[in-house]
Design a protein around this ligand. Sequence first.
Ligand code: CA
Ligand code: CA
Length: 118
Amino acid sequence: MILSLLFLVIFSILLINSVVVIVCNPGQKIGDLNNDGIVNATDTDLFLEVAIGNIPKPSNLCCVDLNKDGIVNATDTILTTRIVNGLDNTSVCETDLKVLQDKIEERINTKLEEVDIN
Ligand SMILES: [Ca+2]
Ligand SMILES: [Ca+2]
């Protein structure tokens, strides 16, 4: 009895202290925050947590920023709900072209600074 109570307390502490981390990978369904292959109510719940700031946003917003405006808010949650209810289709995250574009621009700017004779 005492052992099971101790286990319950330890499990509760671990559960409270666990941190949910959302990661968007290339090929992952947009709206599938827990990356289990389906967009459902679990993902909608995670969206709400991200939108209100309880869960940190992933660095790559591909799977959470459904309207691609650069922010994660109620609009994205509503769009996810539409996918869950079959009103909209989802697609998959592509290779993060924005990251590649930023790296290319950074390299170009570095080269331009190197040849600047002012
Ligand atoms: Ca999911
Ligand atoms: Ca958005």
